[in-house]
Each structure stands twice: as C-alpha cells, then as structure tokens.
Design a protein around this ligand. Structure first.
Ligand code: FUB
Ligand code: ZN
Length: 626
C-alpha cells in the first residue's frame, strides 16, 4: 500500500531529497518492535489515555464548560499522539478494531471543538482566557499535535474527520491569534507546516513562519527560575549557533523551523539550523544520540556537559531529534543526518519502550549506580514504568514506531537512496526494491531490483560513518557517505553490502571529561552496556575492561535469541578496608597497576537494558591500568 509519509515537502520546497511513499518493513528487528507496538502498546495506550482522564476532558468540553479538567494542561496532546499512531498503523494494515478506536476518538475530538475552531480542553473547561498564559498553557503545542495527527489520518486512511478539526483550528489561529503570541512549547510550527503541505493553504505556512520568526525576542513571559533560553526565546532561530534550553522544545522548534526554511526557500535560516545541528552533535549529544544533560529544566547543558549518570535524555527529545535530522537530511542530502537518525532510533528512542511493549522510560541515563536514587518516578533506577503523570513519551514512541517505514528511503531526480536497513520493500515511482538483511545483528544487506524503468538511475546506499570495514559489491566502501551505483537496471539485479559489523571500542574526545579513561562498546549501529543481570557476584560500578578482546557471544538468558552480546575480559576493583570512610586517598601514579579480580564481562545492547529488572548499568567502562 502506498501512503504519503509523515513529512512531505511541497513541490516547490528547497529540498535535495524527497521521501518515498511506498517503503515497508516486512520482517526482522524493527518489524518485531512494530508488531508489539501494534498489538500491545497502542491498545494499552488507549486505556492509559482514558484512565488519565484525557477522553473525559474532551467529553466534558463537548458538553460545554466550565467543568473539571483532569490531568496535565497538555493532556489533549496524549490523545492526538495516540491517534497519530493509530492512523499510521492503519496505513500499514487496516483492521476493524483500529478503525473503530480511531473513529470513536476522532469524533470525540471533533465534538469538543468550539464553534470558532478553538480547541484546548483545559482552557475550555477552566474558563481561563484563551492565549492569556501561553508561556505554560500549551494551547498551540496541543494544536500542533492535533495537526500532525490529522495529517496522518488523511494520508494513511483518507479519513478527514481530524483534518476538518485541525483546519478549523488553524483557520481560527491564522485569523485570531494575537500578533507575536508564541507558545512556551514549540510544536505548532511543524504541525502548521505539514497541514499546509496537506491542504495547500498558504495561511498555515505563513503562521508557522511568523511563529519561528517571533522566537528569540524575549516575548514569552518568564516563569519560575527559567530564563528565556529555556523556551528558546533568547536568541532568534536564524541567529542561534547552538541549541539550548528544554531539549524537547528545542528539537520541535528546530524541526518546525526546518520545515519553514525549505518551504519558503530561506537558505540563511537553513544554514543557521545546520550550524546549530553541528554544534549539538559536536558538544551536546550523548553517545546514544540522547539529548539533555540536565534534569532541571529537562534541558541541554553547556558544551561537553554530558555526565552519563545524571543524564536526562528524555525519550521525546530523541524523537524530536529524529524529526529534525530527517528534515535536515531531506533538505541537504547530507548522510551525517541519517547517521544521527539511525543512532538515535536504536539507542535513544528504542530504550523508551520495553520488549513487552508495556513499560516506558522517560529518562534514559547512560549509567545507573548501585543505590541510585529511585525517588523520582522518572528515575531509571526504578526501571520502566507502566505510564507517567506526564505521559508525553509513551504515545510519542507509539507514533514513531508506527511511522518508522517512512524513514527508510528517499528519492531524487537521479534515483533512490536507502538510509536505514530493514528487510522489506521500497517503492519509489517505477522502482521497486526488495531489501534482505539481518541488520543490525549482521552487516550483510542485499538489495534486489524487482521493478525498474528502462533508463539509467542511481541506487545510493548509506554507508554509516562507523562502518570502516564496509564493502559493497566486493569492493571497499567509504564510511560516512553513499555507495552509489548508476546504471540501467534490470529486474533481478542486486547490490550487496557488507557493513562489517563487529564489536568495537569507542572513546570520547578529551574535552568530554566525564568519559576520560573510559570506553564504550558499540557494534554496528548499537551502543552496548554492562548490566547487573549479567554480572552476579560483583557490582557493575566496580567493573573495568582489562583487554580489548571483544568477541561476539551466544544468547544471554532473558533476552531474545537473536541478540548478539559481546564479551571481553574485565576486572572488578577490590575494595580496601578504608574504602568505607572519606572517599579520597593519596593518588597513585598513572603507571601503577590497579588490582582486582578477573571477571568475564558481557555487554548487551543498551536499548535492551532493564528488561530483566532494573539495576546498575553503565555504557562507559574504565580501562584497567596495567
Ligand atoms: O510540556 C510537555 C512535555 O512534558 C514536554 O515536552 C516534556 O519534556 C514534558 O515536560
Ligand atoms: Zn516526553
């Protein structure tokens, strides 16, 4: 089935690449997660959203306020994200149950809308004046999620119920939103831009552009201790050189600004976004692709402030990063953006949901110490939770997994580009490709041309930057670019990649001081970690790597059989008698050996940690001095 994708630049947009409308994952790693998403997570999400009171809010708003509002001020957005997931899922495979749930919830949303198009149940039910507290009301944030859900509904199912609601709201905003009114939480920019792409209404894009341009002029009322940077209102987007403040807000704004830049051919804005992205990658991104090192403000820290144990790395921030990088990839065709999409998907989004599909991480720290504080509900030391009072992350994962097929491939005038590898098919105009692979566990990818036009075109396959041992069609392939083959293809022609997946050690630049003297294990696109479950009798906090003898190993208990763990020789620090006191002592010279007993280390993919109970875990491991 061909479904217009989650991001669909307009015909005149300044983009290098365009998404394909017919990419489909059939099998393998991601299909297994999509299946659980469809069969377990999305139905459960519907129940949790109902239990949170969000449907009740809509029902009461439909009857007319004032009345009680339950849950967070942005509770409507949970409904919209969940509806978006349902819509994309219906586009993948229709079924009556999904269609019924979708129809009921979208009719409820439609019923709650005011006659003039306005819709925000908290404002409607409390009787608060519209747009009177945009710093925290999330009115436009919810509107943006509604618009994205509406576009998904139309593209994936042809249903226009939500599209009418979203267009009604957008028309109202275009007419009645006070000038210079911007939301404390960006999101509406992306929603308006995509709604414009779907409907062709210029006013929606104009409003998105005005929202982006108004930011950074300290128009938003300051709240609490936060300065304007927290809400991306300190520096105009076109002038910013880095990302700052609340990480989800920053990502949504950057993604929406990218939409505006390509639709309005504002190449200066696009260049500014490229600079911000590069600075973010160079100084503010965790190895996992996770973003946000500060719990306070759920925010970015300063340059190289990337402590693993106190990392925030909100799942939504990772999803926002995927959304932004994908748009930058479309805009520029630069594979570095696809590299970050892949790293982030596997290592910063996917940890957000358990293998059983019923539990979620909000915070994705790269280290959990023995005795870590479990007090906060978001603490990774508690393991994944069934839901959260602030439930932005779970339905965000749902909608991303259900639309993941859209991120596999693109096309341009010259041919087709494959960015992510999964068994499935890619339809791009007259071209039909079939992809066979066991990726990410193996690096072999076979692409078979099933249908092709009679003229020459180029098949471009991304060679990830980490793939320094990659080969393509028997020749060495350059990492960090595309393996391009241009020819007149015939059905049955194939390209064979070997991305050379083997375990490797990764170190951080010295400026990233919290990781000095430590290494991480990676294998293909996956970041690995040491987890307590595999190291009985010692504490993960005491482990270090004794030798760089990484080896692929057989299955480990409690994880799926296809998972490839990595083993290595390690040591466990031996605690001295006086270790229990003041925790500082005379330094030893760097060349003096450390002592400790040998331990066999087992590294498992980070995204799988805490599926066998939460406990100490670390991505970075000290190297043993000998
Ligand atoms: O404010 C809405 C969402 O709640 C944010 O994106 C998350 O960080 C959480 O604070
Ligand atoms: Zn979230």
């Amino acid at each position: 089935m061909s479904v217009d994708p989650v991001v669909r630049p307009g015909s005149g947009a300044a983009v290098a690449l365009r998404p394909v409308t017919g990419a489909r994952i059939h099998d393998g790693f991601w299909e297994a997660r999509q299946r659980v998403n469809r069969e377990v997570t999305i139905p459960l999400g519907g129940e949790r959203v109902r239990d949170s009171g969000a449907f009740g809010n809509l029902r009461r708003a439909a009857r007319g306020g004032p009345a009680e509002h339950e849950g967070k001020i942005f509770a409507d957005s949970d409904v919209y994200k969940w509806l978006e997931a349902l819509a994309w899922e219906r586009g993948r495979r229709e079924d009556d149950g999904l269609a019924r749930s979708y129809a009921q919830a979208s009719e409820l949303v439609a019923a709650a809308q005011c006659a003039d198009g306005y819709l925000h149940t908290h404002t409607q039910l409390t009787g608060r004046r519209r747009y009177s507290d945009l710093a925290s009301s999330h009115e436009l944030y919810c509107a943006g999620h509604l618009m994205q859900a509406a576009v998904a509904g139309r593209r994936a199912t042809g249903d226009e119920t939500l599209l009418r609601v979203a267009a009604g709201f957008a028309d109202h905003l275009a007419k009645d939103l006070p000038p210079d009114a911007i939301d404390g939480h960006p999101e509406v920019e992306m929603g308006l831009a995509e709604l414009h792409r779907e409907t062709g209404v210029p006013a929606y894009l104009d409003l998105a552009a005005r929202q982006v341009a108004a930011r950074g002029r300290s128009l938003i009322q300051l709240k609490g201790h936060h300065g304007p940077g927290y809400r991306q209102d300190r520096v105009p987007v076109a002038e910013a050189t880095t990302v700052e403040g609340h990480a989800v807000r920053a990502m949504y704004l950057a993604a929406g600004a990218t939409d505006v830049a390509v639709e309005t051919s504002d190449l200066d804005l696009l260049a500014a976004l490229g600079r911000q992205w590069r600075d973010m990658v160079a100084t503010k991104t965790y190895l996992t692709g996770g973003l946000g090192s500060n719990w306070y403000g759920e925010a970015f820290g300063g340059h190289h402030e990337l402590a693993p144990d106190t990392a925030y790395c909100e799942t939504c921030a990772a999803i926002g990063s995927v959304q932004w990088s994908w748009r930058m990839l479309l805009a520029t065709g630069d594979p570095a953006y696809a590299d970050l999409v892949e790293r982030t998907l596997y290592n910063a989004v996917l940890p957000g949901v358990s293998l059983d599909g019923e539990h979620f991480f909000y915070v994705n720290a790269l280290r959990v110490r023995a005795g870590a504080d479990p007090d906060d509900l978001r603490s990774p030391a508690r393991g994944r939770q069934g839901w959260y009072g602030t439930a932005c992350c779970p339905p965000n994962v749902m909608r991303l997994l259900s639309s993941l097929d859209h991120y596999l491939a693109t096309r341009d005038a010259d041919g087709v580009q494959l960015h992510l590898y999964a068994p499935g098919t890619v339809r791009a105009g007259d071209v039909l490709l079939e992809v066979e692979t066991g990726y990410p566990w193996t690096g072999r990818v076979e692409i078979v041309v099933k249908e092709t036009p009679g003229h020459p075109w180029t098949l471009a396959c991304r060679i990830p930057a980490w793939a320094d041992a990659a080969g393509a069609d028997g020749q060495t392939a350059e990492p960090g670019g595309y393996h391009r083959v241009r020819r007149t293809w015939r059905p049955g022609d194939r390209v064979e990649l070997d991305l050379g997946i083997r375990p490797r050690l990764t170190a951080a630049v010295p400026r990233l001081d919290v990781a000095r003297g430590q290494v991480a294990v990676e294998r293909g696109p996956l970041v690995y970690c040491l987890e307590q479950a595999d190291h009985p009798g010692v504490i993960v906090d005491d482990l270090c790597l004794a030798a760089a003898d990484l080896r692929d190993a057989g299955p480990v208990a409690g994880l799926p059989a296809d998972v490839v763990p990595v083993t290595a020789r390690g040591r466990a620090h031996v605690h001295r008698e006086d270790d229990g006191g003041f925790p500082y002592r005379a330094a030893v010279a760097p060349h003096e050996p450390e002592h400790g007993g040998p331990v066999d280390l087992t590294f498992v993919p980070y995204h799988l940690w805490a599926n066998r109970g939460a406990g100490p875990m670390t991505v970075w491991t000290p190297m043993h001095r000998t």
